[in-house]
Design a protein around this ligand. Structure first.
Ligand code: SAM
Length: 726
């Protein structure tokens, strides 16, 4: 898998907002060089602000092998575990850090916002009684006078000498052994910061020059037509080396680059008698061998982008995304959390202006999944792109919300935090094994407004409805997270891209039918996946718009992201599809993701299975069963295609395709699909008509019960118990 993978350096990322793969790669090379003291230049040695060698070689674990540009960091210090409310390092007082280095005003906004978010001081104190990790008091940290000037690089250091005397700056030669550490003062860190800034600027210039060179070379050689297609056929040696089990990666890479050039300037560079299709076929085969994808998936992903952009995408999938944590504002503030982690030897930086709770981790001397703050629920490890659907959903205090596919709970717990533990979140996941993780996270993060349940979410409208907002973070193929799970490259087949969209469509209809269109504060549905394929994203939303004319696409409110496709390979989608957002690893250095926000403007059609059930915010049951009256609204039949151009499969077609695919799967397993067709069709009918979980079956027996199958996590730590209906 990933034959070409080892060739590529890992660990690129810049802070998420400013991702430039070419710069990042370059930096990585320099990082390695830097790590070898013997390679340091004379000037470096003479530089008065260099960290002594001992410090440089200190065993830190570099997350993703990256260095922050201006990451807030602390040097390794003795007795890090002795963190107290006013942390001291080598006798120096640690101060509030310039986390949001972009703008002071921004930082002030954040302070205000954090105040608003109102951490639950009690729970924090309870959890942290043994060790006061919270660092200095809010008063200390929020006193602007104590804060460094965010705009001034010279003050962009970790330690403030404060009132204490600033020590002289030492050169490498002056420092040795543990003395070196002792003498690492604010002043030399300040110098180091400046040096690093200069180095980064130099690297950026060099990388830019390199890029320009490459572009110029490509342009320069533009007149020479690359002989790419013929090469494989005519040159026996080349052909063998490029297609054998151990292909010559360098040759393969050259051919990929050549074909990209041809495809992007076809009229000038194509070989006589060759069509675009020939080149496209060639490059897909090569990408598939070079990066280790099955040809079906390689083709699917290739067609999402221009040829050169597709290469950036495949390339970005070879490197991990930055490690990100989300501050749990139910327990702490980002600034406080950052300071405590810095004191533990973590190098971090705010994830970007778009989030007030994310911290990107660059280096850590401690395992981030086992710090006291982690165990106390002050943060959760969560991919940056995972924040986005929740931000788009924007759940409000005192609302009643549903997270339809919730495990392991990254988004549920964020929803609860935005709702400040008020109102009620129903967190559903049919996988019991995964629900355990969900319950664990809910407990650890101090979430108290959430009820866990375990249904096949397609059944949800029949069980209960009337939600102000519903999040459907759908099960998907994971083509956005290939960097995390390379098995996707080979294990996703055509059958998956038929089965998954079918399930996603059913789930999205259920999500829509579970929402109260008359909600005073909401009436919203957010649909998201960690996949970048069109079938799982725009295709699903388009289907829902056709089947439910009572929903409209609305703006996600997200400040970045590529617009969704309004047309794709001959298919036309609703014009408003541009309001959806796509996220790509090569573009934003986040996992690939898709986010769509819908607003329900009228009741769901008769026969949709929607139940008008409402419950008070604290989860107490007040049941109104029955199908929402159509009130003159169009039913299923009237909900027929609004968009003539959209030719994708509908329910019936889907069913046929799924049936075929199931048969194929059975055949592959050596089972004769016709062995007992009556039983098979009965089984299929049953699985279509009935919920798959025991809880749902019970719930169907007594539709008036909305509490069966739920468990209040606060009442229970572990596996869910069924509650008797009230
Ligand atoms: C992408 S994951 C959800 C991640 C979660 N939202 C989070 O942020 O932690 C998709 C989830 O869908 C669940 N799932 C699969 N089939 C489902 C169904 N029919 N109804 C509801 N959930 C389903 C899976 O068990 C899985 O946990």
């Amino acid at each position: 898998m990933g034959k070409g993978r080892s060739k590529y350096k890992q660990g690129l990322p810049d802070p998420i907002e400013t991702y430039h793969p070419h710069l990042a790669k370059k930096r990585k090379v320099d990082d390695v060089a830097d790590a070898k003291p013997s390679k340091r230049t004379k000037e470096d040695k003479a530089a008065p602000t260099t960290i002594p060698p001992k410090q440089k070689t200190k065993a830190t674990s570099r997350v993703n092998g990256t260095k922050p540009k201006h990451a807030a960091t602390a040097p390794a210090k003795k007795g890090a575990k002795d963190t107290v409310s006013k942390p001291k390092v080598n006798g120096k007082k640690a101060i509030a850090l310039p986390l949001d280095s972009d703008a002071e005003s921004d930082d002030e906004d954040e302070e205000l916002e954090l105040e608003d978010e109102g951490s639950d001081g009690d729970s924090a104190t309870e959890n942290l009684a043994a060790a006061d990790f919270m660092g200095s008091s809010d008063d200390d940290l929020e006193d602007d006078d104590d804060e460094p000037n965010l705009d001034d690089d010279s003050e962009n250091s970790v330690y403030d000498s404060g009132d204490e005397e600033t020590r002289p700056i030492f050169s490498d030669d002056d420092l040795s052994g543990s003395d070196a550490e002792e003498q690492l003062t604010a002043a030399n860190i300040e110098g180091l910061t400046r040096k690093l800034d200069l180095q980064i600027a130099r690297e950026a210039e060099e990388a830019e020059a390199e890029l320009q060179d490459q572009i110029a070379t490509n342009i320069g050689t533009g007149e020479v037509k690359p002989f790419v297609i013929g090469a494989a056929d005519d040159d026996a040696t080349n052909a063998a080396s490029l297609t054998s089990l151990t292909p010559d990666l360098a040759l393969l890479r050259t051919r990929i680059n050549d074909v990209v050039r041809v495809l992007e300037d076809f009229s000038n560079l194509c070989e006589d008698g060759r069509s675009r299709a020939d080149y496209t076929e060639q490059i897909i085969t090569d990408i598939s061998s070079y990066y280790g994808y099955n040809p079906y998936l390689a083709e699917k992903l290739f067609h999402l982008f221009s040829p050169s952009e597709s290469l950036s995408f495949f390339e970005a999938n070879e490197t991990p995304r930055p490690l990100v944590i989300r501050t749990n504002t139910l327990k702490t503030h980002r600034r406080d959390l950052a300071q405590v982690l810095i004191n533990r030897g973590v190098t971090l930086e705010p994830v970007g202006k778009w989030s007030k709770v994310g911290l990107q981790i660059f280096e850590s001397q401690v395992p981030l999944g086992a710090t006291p703050e982690y165990l106390a629920g002050h943060y959760i490890l969560q991919a940056a792109s995972s924040f986005l659907p929740v931000m788009a959903l924007a759940p409000q205090e005192h609302e009643r919300c549903l997270d339809m596919a919730a495990a392991p709970g990254g988004k549920t717990t964020y929803m609860a935090a935005l709702m400040k533990n008020t109102g009620c979140v129903f967190a559903n996941d049919p996988s019991k094994a995964r629900a355990k993780g969900l319950i664990g996270n809910i407990h650890r993060l101090g979430v108290r407004n959430t009820i866990v349940c375990s249904y096949d979410a397609r059944e949800f409208p029949k069980v209960m409805g009337g939600f102000d907002r519903v999040l459907l973070d759908a099960p998907c193929s994971g083509t956005g997270v290939i960097a995390k799970d390379a098995s996707v490259k080979t294990n996703k087949s055509e059958a998956d891209f038929l089965r998954l969209p079918h399930l996603q469509k059913q789930l999205l209809l259920a999500a829509i039918d579970s929402v109260d269109h008359a909600s005073k504060t909401g009436g919203y549905i957010v649909y998201s996946t960690c996949s970048v394929t069109v079938e799982e994203n725009e295709g699903v939303v388009e289907y829902a718009l056709r089947k439910r004319p009572n929903v409209r696409l609305v703006d996600t409110g997200l400040t970045f992201g590529v617009e969704g496709f309004v047309s794709y390979r001959g298919k036309t989608f609703n014009d408003k599809m541009r309001l959806t957002r796509r996220y790509y690893p090569h573009k934003y250095n986040v996992d690939g993701f898709f986010v769509a926000k819908l607003r329900k403007v009228g009741p769901s059609p008769v026969g949709s299975g929607a139940t008008a059930a409402t419950a008070s915010a604290d989860g107490a049951e007040e049941i109104v069963t029955g199908v929402v009256a159509a009130e003159g609204e169009a039913g299923e039949a009237a909900a027929e295609p609004a968009e003539a151009g959209f030719q994708w499969s509908d329910d019936e077609e889907d069913a046929k395709i799924i049936e075929k695919s199931l048969k194929r799967q059975k055949r592959r397993k050596g089972i004769d699909p016709r062995a007992d067709p009556s039983k098979a069709s009965k089984r299929e009918k049953k699985s279509k008509d009935e919920p798959t979980t025991a809880q749902t079956t019970e719930a169907k027996k007594d539709k008036t019960s909305k509490t069966k199958g739920f468990v209040r996590p606060s009442a229970q730590n572990g596996v869910k118990k069924k509650k008797k209906s009230t």
